[in-house]
Design a protein around this ligand. Structure first.
Ligand SMILES: N[C@@H](CCC(=O)N[C@@H](CS)C(=O)NCC(=O)O)C(=O)O
Length: 233
């Protein structure tokens, strides 16, 4: 449930990367105000938004320390700022490095690969997009196999990693609409499927269902979103 707050203002669009930060805020039980970025009007490119994030990307979290962009950075900042909730190992903890390496992998490898898969025209000419997608699907499948092994073998993967990965698995299942089913099947990654199921039992995910219209099983068996406001694209 969104609780109005001036301490944290989350600039979001439904089914966008902002949902990762919403999950984190909910899991931390922090008060925040959700501010819709109207993607149908390209509001992420408007001067007021670019003043918060010059890259014109969603999300931004406004904090008492100023506006933050980059999903991984916001997650880490929130985890460190609210250590009592223990969503991630803290500096000095023996398992801090283990968390950091996978968090950065999600942020600098998996997430950008998905951006290229979904929006190849932002990177190359449209005619060559299918070739790029073919290559990305292979690389992504390898990455997901590695992540599945990590979730299978790790004693207790930090929750912050699941909050980042589960929405990306959702997008693999849904987007791009014409190709998603050709290359991705969550059943092929049993530990990741179980992680999604575990997450779906948490209150933070239930709040996403009402705020962004993502349905009852948004990660393990996702459906197209039906948001109460705004547009995913
Ligand atoms: N590196 C950014 C990527 C965020 C991102 O890709 N956001 C997408 C929505 S899921 C976006 O803002 N797309 C709008 C656009 O590309 O104009 C992050 O980690 O926050």
């Amino acid at each position: 449930m969104t609780r109005m707050s001036q301490t944290y203002r989350l600039h979001y669009a439904p089914d966008n990367a902002s949902m990762i930060i919403r999950l984190m805020l909910e899991e931390l039980r922090l008060e925040y105000t959700a501010v819709l970025v109207d993607r149908t009007q390209q509001a992420q490119r408007a001067p007021a938004y670019l003043a918060l994030n010059p890259h014109g990307l969603i999300p931004v979290l406004e904090t008492p320390d100023g506006p933050l962009f980059e999903t991984g950075a916001i997650l880490l900042w929130l985890a460190d700022r609210h250590p009592d909730r223990a969503l991630a190992p803290l500096p000095g903890d023996a398992d801090r490095g283990e968390m950091l390496k996978w968090l950065f992998y999600l942020s600098n490898t998996l997430h950008p690969a998905l951006r290229m898969l979904f929006y190849p025209e932002k990177y190359i000419e449209t005619a060559t997009a299918p070739a790029l997608r073919n290559g990305l699907e292979t690389r992504l499948s390898e990455s997901l196999t590695q992540l599945d092994a990590y979730w299978q073998n790790a004693a207790r993967p930090p929750l912050v990693l699941g909050l980042y990965l589960a929405p990306m698995l959702r997008w693999c299942a849904l987007y791009p609409k014409d190709r998603a089913k050709d290359w991705f099947d969550l059943a092929g990654y049993p530990a990741l499927w179980q992680m999604c199921r575990n997450l779906e039992a948490r209150a933070c995910v239930q709040s996403l269902q009402s705020s962004e219209g993502l349905g009852p099983t948004p990660f393990s068996a996702p459906q197209a979103p039906n948001p109460p406001e705004g547009s995913p694209t």
